[in-house]
Every structure is written in structure tokens, then in C-alpha cells.
Write a new protein. Sequence first.
Length: 227
Amino acid sequence: MRTCCIYPVGMSSLAVKQPPAADRVYTHVKQGVLDRRYEGGLLLTEGELAEAVGVSRTPVREALLRLEVEGLIKLYPKKGALVLPVSAQEIADVVETRLLVEEHAARKAVPAPPGLVERLEALLARQKEQAAAGDLAAAAVTDRCFHAEIVRSGGNEILSRLYDQLRDRQLRMGVAVMHSHPDRIAKTLAEHEEILQALRSGDAEAAVDVVHRHVSWFSHLARGEVR
């Protein structure tokens, strides 16, 4: 989610210290991979990244090592970093984990407290605006927030942290599918409406059924199609 920077009274943004160079490179490359500016199969070089971010090559190497540990790139000495494509196995693993967590969370969210319903309504309204504006990357972020809100509502911090660990993988897959199948966004919004209505009405089984259909669709369509 986008956040706002708040500075103390009397301080300007110029007085705020920049993040370390390696962190800036890490953020630049990771965001590029997640929003598909750097697509799977692209070879990134240290020199190009250093120039893009305005740093030396040393912090670039540090950032790329972190990204390799996260499974987003593969380093090749003296050549560069290959952006790894999303694999069918990764999709299957993420979907299986999502179903286990989200079906449980949907059932546990009933009866839904008013605060949860209000937050979901606000997120759905935001996602509709983003979709109408054609901002698919932002819509994918809000999509993740919508589902994470339901998971967090259960109050299980361990489960919430597990779900949060899927965030980057889900964002990457979600943006890829939206670009490949732009007609899917309307279906996604409709299913979010169904989930919200089931929670409003206190129908746990209906909520679980929609969540299962919503998440499983992704697996059926995306398997073998996301590159």
C-alpha cells in the first residue's frame, strides 16, 4: 500500500536522510519486478542498475544478493541478474496456501464486525476507481489488501504473518494475470462484492464458497499461461 511521509513541524523533506544506497537499489529492482517493468527472462546488469539509481556497483551487488534469496532473480557472475519467470509450480504452491488460509479466515470472520465491513467497502471502492483508471498495478495491491484484511480480522498473528509472506508473489502474479486477461478485473470486483455480501449477511459457507471459487480460478487460468 502507498504510504504518506509525515515530517515534523519545521523540517523540510530535504532534511530527511535518504535510505542506504543498497536499500534504494533493492526497492527499485523489486518494484520493477513486481509491476513487470522488469519481466521474467530479462537480464539486468550491475552497470545499468547503478546508473538508473545513481549509485556505485557495490550496493547494487548487495541488493541483488537479497533479491536472489527472495527468489525473484538468479545471479550469473560477470553477466548479471536474470529476472526469474513465474513458474506453474510457484502458482500452484501460492494458490494452495491461499486456499488453506483464506477459507479458514472467511469462516472465522463471521459474524463480521462493522469495522471489518467498512474497511472492505472502502478497499473495494478504491479498487473500482483504480480499475476504471487503468492502474492495474495499484488495483493488484488493493486486491491483496482486501484479502489480507479478512485474514487479519481473525486475530491470529502467526497466520497473518504467514499470509503476508505471500504478498510479493501474489502481487507479481496478480499484475501479470490482469495484463494478460484485462477482462478478469470486472469478475474480480464482482466476486469481492459477493464475499462482502456474504460477510454482511453472516453466511460463512457462502463466503467460503466464493473465496474458493475466486482463488481457484486463478490457478486454473494462470497455470502455464503466466510468463
